[in-house]
Design a protein around this ligand. Structure first.
Ligand SMILES: [Zn+2]
Length: 148
């Protein structure tokens, strides 16, 4: 894929340091950058790439959370699974037993933490809300208008 160079390196560098996310700045300041995204093919494709990565990350964290929730509900219903030891360590005369249920709880907590971190560190929630709202508007425009 051929990449065209940025049309304005100064703006391009600023945008790059923001990971091409302008959702955090004031609407008046945003105008210039939005104009740059329209004019500059380079930054526009970079912005799309970064937002795709953000959405993929939050998607993976969501799927992982759901998988662990499902695993927990299965483990909870099947008695023998609950106390099934995944790991049995003998550390300094102390038995450390990690059960399947405990492993699933830990997995769920880690994926929930990953989800929160992605939501804080990236504009994924803002981006997803924006896309959903744009789609809702489009749907609304397509519906026949009710006669007043
Ligand atoms: Zn640019």
């Amino acid at each position: 894929m051929h990449m065209t160079p940025c049309t304005d390196q100064v703006i391009g560098d600023i945008l790059s340091s923001w990971r091409y996310d302008i959702s955090g700045i004031s609407p008046e300041m945003r105008v210039d950058y939005e104009q740059h995204f329209v004019e500059c093919q380079h930054c526009h494709s970079r912005q799309r790439l970064h937002r795709t990565v953000d959405v993929t990350l939050i998607g993976l964290a969501t799927i992982s959370m759901l998988a662990f929730l499902l695993a927990l509900s299965v483990i909870h219903r099947v008695e023998p699974l609950r106390n099934w030891a995944v790991m049995n360590l003998h550390l300094h005369q102390i038995d450390v037993v990690l059960t399947l249920q405990a492993a699933a709880v830990v997995g769920l907590l880690i994926s929930a933490l990953a989800w929160v971190l992605v939501a804080i560190a990236t504009p994924a929630p803002v981006y997803i809300t924006g896309v959903a709202m744009a789609q809702a508007r489009e749907l609304q425009n397509r519906l026949p208008r009710k006669a007043a």
